[in-house]
Design a protein. Structure first.
Length: 427
């Protein structure tokens, strides 16, 4: 899932919610969760949601060695904590933390459950920027981690996870991670092995365990977790020895509500910015143009897809440096372009408006109008980033040439006519 900046539960919730009846068995619940790769199930009766069964519920049932025939109604968490779809994420997060839950049901005005929001949904909706204040993994990873040898039994692993109040256990040998067992694995194990408690960890763990260097940033770690669809990553040193674990749950716990609120404001601003960019793109597409940015320090142009289409260049061969860009400008127009560029760089002009011919990728020449301005300065006041738009004015130039040609012909005609004599009737 790629998150779009959002502000309400309706925008981030999962709408496909599966449910079972209260008299469905523990084994049936585990099998359905494993088959559908979901982290929770609602327990419904008479069209109403009575409670919820999560991966944690299944794990505790295994820990307590409940029979596979145990009814769902006896193990579900209830009453069901719910919220309306229009609730904003700040209030929703407060509700989640206040109740110590990881899944929030979304209900409509009639009390019908229309969606579920999980911790993963919250994290993906916020993106990685919210965690940028967490500088390194050493400050956020869990150092006291549950771990066992590969010959330990599942029952021991589950007991260890319950004792540490975690949703994972690392399988280690000689200080190095071999695999991982998580709450998500428990329904899968119970589906295949009714007596999964007696299995060895080496036969049940997910291996190899995904590791990340202690030197990696928190945001890089989160991006990797998102890309790999993971909720845990082992932190290792240069020799592969485990130092700790980064978990999604702990990261969200460390996020103060004040930081959460600040991040939501940033998310809303980003959403507004993306909307404006979308409107700009539509306007430029309609006008036959595209946008660009020039990064002075990197000497590199960033161009929009619309500009690539306008200039008929594939992204790989599009002129990027200022020298490459100037080489595409018609020789007769280069002095004007270079002069305007020098004036902007010297601070004489805050913006520029130029017309010139530029060579397209197919070798043809195109008249364009180039509007640009400085959007970011260096500490010494010189330009850091200039942004602008390029539009096709070929039709305008043709019309202008036609008008000038007609004017020239008319002037020539008037010069060749003999002097005219005006006669006026006396009456």
């Amino acid at each position: 899932m790629t998150a779009t900046p959002s502000s309400t539960l309706a925008e981030i919730m999962s709408r496909e919610v599966l449910a079972i009846a209260p008299d469905a068995t523990l084994h049936e619940a585990a099998r359905l969760m494993a088959d559908e790769c979901i982290s929770c199930l609602l327990v419904n009766a008479s069209g109403r949601s009575l409670g919820i069964i999560t991966e944690s519920t299944i794990m505790r049932a295994m820990h307590d060695r409940l029979p596979a025939t145990t009814p769902a109604g006896e193990i579900m968490s209830h009453p069901l904590i719910s919220a309306p779809p229009e609730l904003d994420l700040m209030q929703a997060r407060q509700l989640v933390e206040r109740n110590g839950i990881r899944h929030l049901a979304v209900v409509d005005g009639d009390g019908q459950t229309i969606g579920i929001v999980s911790e993963t949904d919250f994290r993906l909706a916020l993106g990685t920027n919210i965690f940028r204040h967490l500088r390194n993994l050493a400050g956020v990873m869990e150092r006291e981690i549950p771990h066992l040898a590969p010959d330990a039994r599942i029952a021991e692993a589950v007991a260890c996870m319950v004792e540490f109040a975690t949703d994972y256990l690392i399988v280690t040998e000689n200080g190095k991670p071999l695999g991982i067992l998580t709450e998500r694995d428990i329904p899968r194990l119970l589906r295949k092995h009714p007596e999964a408690q007696d299995m060895l960890l080496r036969d049940a763990m997910t291996s190899p365990v995904r590791g990340i260097s202690i030197d990696a940033s928190v945001t890089a770690t989160l991006e990797a977790m998102t890309r790999l669809h993971m909720r845990h990553m082992a932190v290792v040193d240069n020799e592969g020895f485990i130092l700790g674990v980064v978990s999604q749950h702990r990261l969200l716990e460390q996020l103060a509500l004040s930081q959460f609120e600040s991040a939501l404001d940033q998310v809303r601003q980003e959403r507004d910015r993306l909307r404006l960019e979308a409107h700009l793109k539509l306007a430029l597409d309609a006008a036959g143009g595209g946008s660009w940015e020039y990064l002075h320090e990197a000497d590199r142009h960033l161009v929009s897809d619309g500009l690539l289409r306008l200039l008929a260049y594939p992204a790989a061969t599009m002129p990027r440096t200022m020298h490459e860009w100037q080489q595409c400008i018609h020789p007769d127009d280069q002095p004007v372009f270079a002069g305007a560029l020098a004036d902007v760089a010297a601070g004489k002009l805050p913006h520029h408006l130029l017309e010139y011919r530029i060579r397209r990728g197919d070798g043809s020449w195109l008249w364009v109008e180039d509007r640009g301005c400085i959007i970011e300065h260096r500490t010494d006041g010189s330009p850091a980033v200039i942004a602008g738009v390029l539009t096709d004015i070929s039709a305008r130039r043709r019309e202008r040439l036609q008008i000038e040609s007609e004017r020239s012909r008319l002037s020539a005609l008037l010069r060749t006519l003999p002097d005219m004599v005006w006669l006026k009737d006396a009456n």
